[in-house]
Design a protein around this ligand. Structure first.
Ligand SMILES: *[C@@H]1O[C@H](CO)[C@@H](O)[C@H](O)[C@H]1NC(C)=O
Ligand SMILES: *[C@@H]1O[C@H](CO)[C@@H](O)[C@H](O)[C@H]1NC(C)=O
Ligand SMILES: *[C@@H]1O[C@H](CO)[C@@H](O)[C@H](O)[C@H]1NC(C)=O
Ligand SMILES: *[C@@H]1O[C@H](CO)[C@@H](O)[C@H](O)[C@H]1NC(C)=O
Ligand SMILES: *[C@@H]1O[C@H](CO)[C@@H](O)[C@H](O)[C@H]1NC(C)=O
Length: 483
């Protein structure tokens, strides 16, 4: 049947009606506003007491980290810490990694000890490590003893934290806050400054403290507030500033691109404050929902879309490293992997790592006013390397109707063929442990081992007149390789 153009339009209409169109011009050379990338911006945070088990007793850990290394050539940074770093006492005579007892396996210990072997184990990691030590107990002698062992044994140690989320220490009955009488950002800052100098000088190491480590939103608790209290001596001992971030909320609000953009924007002044003293700013601990995650949010594929977008948005505003927290094994809804099953968010982390791998700088392509977002990464010669397209619309599955899609039109490209890998899953609600595995470029990750499964699936497109267009479904992302 011969169709006239009007009929063609009518036939296409059912698809087009549902499609929004987004247009991005890709600067062929890195714009001056592009932000420098760390070689491995996405890292992992391991809760202090459970770090030995992740390394020794969770098979997936090594391969899950190695999969990132295979993309970037750099092992992802890890940070060991969390609430239990301020419950931990160093015991030089202990031959155990950690010693504690809990009433039930899903509990975190109220107190624990760790021996020198804890640092031996951390020293085996091929990537950089930030070690979180105790300030809450107000025993600097014990913390310096632990810091010395870490500094002596760990060639991979880049920084030590002195305390985790100090704003909660009054509620936690931590001696340092109780002894202080008054505990607020100013009093904590004076305590941090004092400890930074005393621990740094005991180690005879400058640039060794990851300072800050609060979870409450800046500017009340944060780097700018802390830096304002620091003299030149304190600053010499600081390696970088860290903040924690758990946005929480429903799945649709979590994954929404515009919400991610507005949430990360609160760190822009913090990054700028750290830059004035020549230091990096990192998210030392982050994930979707605090307290191990929420069952109805954190293990779902929508949280993988959040992980991807949150990581690259953070990188695009100058947050150097983003450490995703992993808590109690077996009760960790947001974990990338566990003893048995993989978590859907790992797929978002993997796609984020693939996007930025080998990149020199990054820039956001959109203002963050919609559910659709784009980013470009440039190589060290300033050439456009990859583009990432994200559609953060919620999709409840085919029972709720056909999957909507958005057409992204890219201009400013070099004519020829380009290829892309898609991050997708049956729906925003897909959970690995419920049988709906996401895929990235057609590949999955094996439960228990984290091995990459299947062969790569590439989609190809033609660039004509500098332009190409791509359809990205609701709750999908597309990684376009320009080289
Ligand atoms: C390793 O995991 C198994 C299975 O959960 C557990 O029974 C065992 O106690 C763990 N061992 C260590 C050293 O954590
Ligand atoms: C502080 O730590 C030191 C060294 O580990 C220890 O000998 C001392 O008993 C601790 N003090 C308190 C009050 O717990
Ligand atoms: C810097 O501040 C610390 C307290 O944070 C103080 O102990 C030290 O004396 C100060 N150093 C100078 C040179 O003012
Ligand atoms: C597709 O988008 C429309 C308009 O936003 C929305 O009303 C509809 O629920 C979406 N369909 C599905 C299956 O999500
Ligand atoms: C992982 O295990 C779950 C069952 O817990 C299963 O539904 C899923 O298909 C498995 N994933 C892969 C990639 O084999």
């Amino acid at each position: 049947m011969f169709l006239n153009s009007e009929q063609i339009v009518l036939l296409l209409l059912p698809v087009l009606v549902r499609s929004a169109t987004v247009t991005y011009k890709i600067p062929s050379a890195a714009p001056t506003a592009a932000v420098a990338l760390d070689p491995a911006p996405l890292g992992v945070s391991l809760e202090f007491f459970t770090f030995p088990s992740y390394f020794l007793n969770v098979t997936a850990t090594n391969q899950c980290l190695k999969n990132f290394e295979e993309l970037t050539g750099t092992w992802p940074p890890i940070r060991i810490g969390g609430t239990t770093q301020d419950r931990a006492t160093y015991d030089a005579s202990s031959s155990a990694y950690v010693t504690y007892s809990v009433a039930a396996p899903q509990d975190a210990p109220a107190s624990l000890t760790f021996g020198p072997k804890f640092m031996d184990l951390a020293a085996t990691y091929s990537g950089s490590v930030v070690m979180g030590l105790n300030r809450g107990h107000d025993n600097i002698t014990n913390t310096i003893a632990a810091a010395k062992v870490a500094s002596d044994k760990m060639n991979n140690l880049i920084a030590i934290e002195l305390g985790n989320e100090p704003e909660y220490w009054v509620g936690d009955n931590q001696p340092i806050a109780i002894n202080a009488g008054t505990w607020n950002p100013q009093v904590d800052a004076e305590s941090q400054d004092d400890w930074d100098i005393r621990v740094g000088s005991a180690l005879n190491r400058k640039s060794i403290i990851q300072a800050g480590n609060s979870n409450s939103n800046p500017p009340q608790w944060g780097a700018a507030e802390l830096i304002a209290t620091e003299n030149a001596t304190v600053k010499e001992y600081v390696h970088d500033y860290a903040h924690h971030h758990y946005p929480g909320g429903s799945l649709t609000s979590l994954m929404s691109h515009s919400t991610i953009v507005s949430n990360t924007a609160m760190f822009e002044a913090e990054v700028a404050a750290a830059a004035t003293v020549g230091k990096d700013y990192v998210l030392g601990e982050t994930n979707s929902v605090s307290g191990g995650g929420a069952a109805t949010v954190s293990p779902l594929f929508g949280a993988a879309i959040w992980t991807l977008d949150h990581t690259v948005r953070a990188a695009s505003i100058g947050i150097k490293r983003i450490y995703y927290h992993h808590g109690t094994i077996g009760t960790c809804f947001y974990c990338f992997w566990g003893r048995y099953d993989m978590g859907s968010p790992y797929y978002g982390a993997y796609a984020a790592t693939a996007f930025m791998a080998g990149g020199s700088s990054i820039i956001a392509l959109d203002s963050g006013s919609s559910n659709y977002g784009g980013y470009a990464v440039y190589d060290d010669a300033g050439g456009a390397l990859r583009v990432l397209l994200i559609n953060s619309d919620y999709f409840g599955g085919t029972a709720t109707g056909a999957r909507n899609s958005t057409t992204f039109v890219l201009s400013g490209l070099t004519d020829g063929g380009i290829k892309a890998k898609r991050l997708t899953a049956p729906s925003s609600n897909s959970r690995v442990d419920q049988g709906e595995n996401p895929t990235f470029g057609g590949q999955e990750f094996a439960n228990v081992t984290c091995a990459v499964l299947g062969s790569e699936v590439w989609e190809s497109s033609d660039v004509v007149g500098g332009q190409a267009s791509f359809d990205v479904g609701a709750s999908e992302a597309l990684l376009v390789y320009l080289k």
